[in-house]
Design a protein around this ligand. Structure first.
Ligand code: ATP
Ligand code: SF4
Ligand code: MG
Length: 363
């Protein structure tokens, strides 16, 4: 396996919840990311999945220093970037680019494609002159499968899939090593999704790129990922080589997520185990004690689950799971049971209330 390009250790992003009319008082924390370890070797793809609000985007942004790191470290190519400032941070950022979910809102509608793509080059001082910048942009358009005449057009003149190609070109023009793609195909028609995923795959092969691909849909990351990590309430609950995870998910939460993915074979589809999770994702400002999943887990046990937080432990080579009872569940000694959904009372405490734009201050 090649050397790691990205190593994230015990990463935490906590947003303070403040309240007060004259003086702000911190009354709680939104634990958006709460202790994540992950490693991505050079040239590989890590797929990060989990339901809405579990902290995927915050993790991606924290890696790029676009979200404040509360604790932990992010090593990029051997350098801890959590403390970098000024020119060194800017230089490192050029090597790490992001692709967003909705290309329409991430591309300025008043700029034509040439101006969108030149902006980043100018900001990072890439290309000696206009002619050289045009050459870089032209080559980048070829790579993403857009015609040169696209340069004079505006984002609204393109289809969703083409706009995402412009978003990819904008990231690519800077010559990055790592691309963080946050829900890169979620806003696209299913027929277009595969084209964009294939394009990312081809670009990785030809340019040796390393990817962190974020998605709420397990099917999207399956074929593109070497390793898949499953996140729940700010932490990883399972991580495994892609084929192993899809062949046999071991964590109860992953099993539930996987049970929602339809299988093309009608016989297998008929026999497919379906696990419907009771209740909503608890608030990251008031996470349950013990195993964070115990309030919804169909395998939860009276011992340990509610009071001891399980660590991510290697169960099989490269397959890590955070569950006290993973072996007993895997061999059938512990069976699934009904779960009574726990409702979050709105008046539980100040910290349990959903943060509003007015009360949450990002440092
Ligand atoms: N700037 C912020 N201030 C306070 N809370 C925040 C901020 N950004 C995100 N959060 C909270 O952190 C949690 C994780 O959010 P995040 O956007 O990372 O989730 P996600 O997994 O990307 O969800 P989705 O699939 O909906 O994009 C959410 O509860 C969100 O409300
Ligand atoms: S530790 Fe307990 S609650 Fe958590 S996933 Fe395992 S069985 Fe479920
Ligand atoms: Mg997100």
């Amino acid at each position: 396996m090649s050397a790691p390009l990205l190593e994230v250790r015990n990463l935490k992003v906590h947003y303070p919840i403040t309240s007060g009319i004259i003086f702000d008082r911190v009354v709680g924390q939104v634990r958006a990311v709460d202790g994540v370890d992950l490693t991505i070797p050079k040239g590989q793809t890590y797929g990060l999945v989990g339901e809405s609000g579990c902290g995927k985007s915050t993790l991606g942004k924290a890696v790029l220093r676009l979200a404040p790191v509360t604790e932990g470290s992010v090593q990029f190519d051997g350098t801890d970037i959590t403390t970098l400032q000024g020119e060194r941070l800017r230089a490192m950022r050029q090597r790490m680019q992001m692709i967003f979910q909705d290309p329409m809102s991430s591309l300025d509608p008043r700029q034509n494609v040439e101006s969108i793509l030149t902006e980043g080059l100018a900001a990072h001082g890439i290309g000696k002159n206009r002619a050289q910048q045009r050459e870089i942009i032209g080559e980048t358009l070829d790579r993403v499968g857009l015609p040169r005449w696209a340069l004079s057009r505006y984002p609204h003149e393109f289809s969703g899939g083409q706009r995402q190609r412009i978003g990819i070109a904008r990231a690519l023009a800077l010559g990055p090593d790592l691309i963080i793609a946050d829900e890169p195909v979620s806003a696209l028609d299913v027929s277009i999704q595969a084209q964009v995923v294939n394009l990312l795959d081809e670009l990785q092969d030809s340019l040796g790129l390393t990817y962190l691909v974020i998605a709420h849909d397990l099917a999207v990351v399956r074929h593109i990922s070497d390793t898949v990590g499953v996140m729940y309430l700010g932490a990883l609950v399972e991580e495994a080589p892609s084929d192993d995870l899809y062949a046999e998910p071991l964590h109860p939460y992953t099993r539930a997520l996987m049970s929602a993915v339809p299988v093309p074979d009608p016989d297998v589809e008929d026999r497919r185990e379906r696990i419907l999770l009771a209740g909503d994702l608890p608030s990251p400002s008031n996470p349950p004690p013990g195993c964070r999943f115990h309030t919804r887990c169909p395998w939860a046990q009276p011992e340990r689950c509610a009071d001891e937080r399980p660590e991510l432990v290697e169960i099989r080579p490269g397959h890590r799971v955070a569950c006290h009872w993973v072996n007993e569940i895997a061999d059938g000694r512990i069976q699934r049971h009904e779960v009574t959904p726990e409702l979050t009372k709105p008046d539980d405490d100040a910290a349990a209330s959903a943060p509003t734009v007015e009360t949450v201050h990002v440092p």
